[in-house]
Design a protein around this ligand. Structure first.
Ligand code: G4P
Length: 524
């Protein structure tokens, strides 16, 4: 058996955060090609077949054949083992998407250089930020005319509040894209130039010695000027600040033409963190410790429509997983044998026999686990810190269609809420049930599972989007509740106001300066 420490230190586990269409699938595919995990382009792309209707969840599940197996992809490159976790976009966006970010050690943010920062990227970025996850930025689609690079950096720093360090800099773009000036490796990488001639090394002053066709273009001089500006006025490179998530290294490139991707991957592997320690009820758990532990961050139900089984996604936080091992589930005080486990690849699901800290495995779940559960071995009974609560944005009022089915209805809701599939709120005055989610798909999954697993049809009345703000403290005048600022209890009996819109929130704060409200996603 090889050395656990070396194996763990070779792991790089990350998620790609982006807005739909920025190029996540294309970049993932190129990375997998480098790692030899797939042979043909188009393997990952397969998941995007069909623009499905959100209402048809079964259809989504069918279409998902590939998307599910590509939830986690693994490949080896230059001695590193890379785990990429998918963060679904479009209609698939849900709390799971956020929770995936609790299972990574770093994130890669892809930005479409013509569009700049978009809504979904910003949402996911905020979660990374609140967890202090290091972020690496890839400015994509340089083969197309986009926004000026300095403008993109300024937006990144202003909107996201993170400092940036361009590792390389584009020389032109679109039809005039000549390549990238690689500050870090002190060379120029030319676009659409054969491998042997692609790299041009630079002298100590960061310029090309002697004659070169690149020098004939005015873009070369312009780039040198911009580089000078970055050297003088830009941020300093700091490995420590990258690790703390305060500084993002920025790479320019074009995923589609596979340009700048390898340079990005190699620098990423150099600076991205290996598995990090995690907080638990017994202090920090060292990823190199030999006792196995991990936590569940996602439960995928109905992977196989013929069965009601589920797969729980487990992030290994210490030690080594071995098939058939016994683990403790401290929440329920039971021991379980992990006989069936799965490792995920881009084009296949294969049985995993061994995995170490940093890896993600799928374990068979007969209905035992909840999201956030800790698994330990030996005498260890600690629990990892609770997964953060994510502020729901969409709400529905829910009732059982058949009043005779109240018992099933309550049991189903209770279990799905505990599992973390959806959030439950009760109106303070009338005790009505409201469900909260971050994406529409969560409601559809809820409806489907209530029917199939709890034999209950539900009626869901859309309440639209609301701004949820928790009340700081226990005292609150219930008469402050109104249609535009509805007061509800969360599942822990904490008071929450649901505001109709931003205006209603500001109006409320203005009228009630003594009431202190907070957004759990701004905390930590
Ligand atoms: P996503 O997973 O983030 O949603 O994006 P995806 O990789 O599917 O890319 C979205 C579109 O952008 C695709 O166009 C893809 O080919 C294109 N794209 C990705 N990277 C680059 C790049 O570096 N340069 C250029 N010019 N285009 C890029 P598509 O295949 O036409 O699909 P669609 O637009 O019909 O969805």
């Amino acid at each position: 058996m090889s050395n656990l420490k070396d194996e763990v230190l070779s792991r790089r586990t990350f998620a790609i955060i982006s807005h739909p269409d920025a190029g996540k699938t294309t970049l993932t595919e190129k990375l997998l090609l480098f790692g030899g995990a797939i042979r043909d382009a188009g393997t990952v792309k397969g998941k995007k077949t069909g623009k499905f209707a959100t209402s048809d969840w079964m259809e989504i599940e069918k279409q998902r054949g590939i998307s599910v197996t590509s939830s986690v992809m693994q490949f080896d490159y230059n001695g590193a083992r890379v785990n990429i976790l998918d963060t679904p976009g479009h209609q698939d966006f849900s709390e799971d998407t956020y929770r995936t970010l609790t299972a990574v050690d770093s994130a890669v943010m892809i930005i479409d250089s013509a569009k700049g920062i978009e809504e979904q990227t910003l949402k996911l970025f905020k979660v990374c930020r609140m967890r202090g996850i290091p972020i690496f930025t890839f400015m994509n689609k340089l083969d197309r005319q986009g926004r000026a690079p300095l403008e993109l950096l300024a937006e990144l720093e202003e909107v996201m509040g993170i400092e940036s360090y361009p590792m390389n800099w584009p020389i032109g773009m679109g039809k005039e894209f000549l390549g990238i000036y690689d500050r870090f490796n002190n060379r120029i990488e030319q676009f659409r130039v054969e491998e042997n001639d692609r790299f041009v090394s630079l002298n100590e002053d960061g310029e090309i010695d002697g004659d070169h066709t690149l020098k004939e273009s005015g873009l070369y001089d312009q780039t040198l000027e911009e580089i000078m500006l970055l050297n003088e006025a830009g941020n300093e490179f700091s490995r420590e600040r990258i690790a703390n998530g305060e500084l993002t290294p920025v790479f320019f490139g074009s995923a589609l033409t596979n340009f700048g991707v390898q340079t990005f991957l190699e620098s990423y592997l150099q600076f991205a963190p290996a598995p990090q320690p995690r907080q638990s009820t017994e202090g920090e758990i060292d990823p190199l410790s030999k006792d196995f532990s991990g936590f569940i961050f996602k439960i995928q139900a109905n992977m196989n429509p013929a069965h009601r089984d589920r797969i729980a996604f487990l992030r290994i936080c210490s030690g080594r997983f071995e098939r058939g091992m016994n683990v403790n589930v401290p929440r329920i005080g039971k021991q379980i044998k992990l006989a069936q486990s799965t490792q995920f690849m881009a084009d296949d699901r294969s049985t995993v026999n061994e995995a170490v800290s940093g890896d993600i495995i799928g374990i068979y779940d007969p209905g035992t686990y909840q999201i956030g559960d800790t698994l330990t071995t030996g005498k260890n009974q600690f629990q990892f810190e609770r997964l953060p609560q994510f502020t729901p944005e969409l709400f529905v009022r829910v009732t059982a269609k058949n009043v005779m089915k109240q018992k099933h209805f309550h049991k189903g809701i209770q279990q799905l809420v505990q599992e973390g599939a959806i959030q439950l709120f009760k109106t303070v005055k009338t005790d009505e049930y409201l469900l909260g989610a971050v994406g529409q798909l969560q409601f559809e999954v809820f409806e489907h599972r209530m029917k199939n697993e709890y034999n209950t049809e539900v009626l869901m009345e859309r309440q639209g989007s609301k701004i949820a703000r928790w009340v700081d403290g226990d005292e609150i005048n219930e008469n402050l509740s109104s249609a535009r600022s509805l007061l509800v209890n969360d599942r822990y009996e904490k008071k929450v106001f649901l505001f109709e819109n931003d205006f209603a929130l500001r109006w409320f704060l203005d009228k009630n300066p003594d009431v202190k409200l907070y957004n759990p996603m701004d905390q930590e």
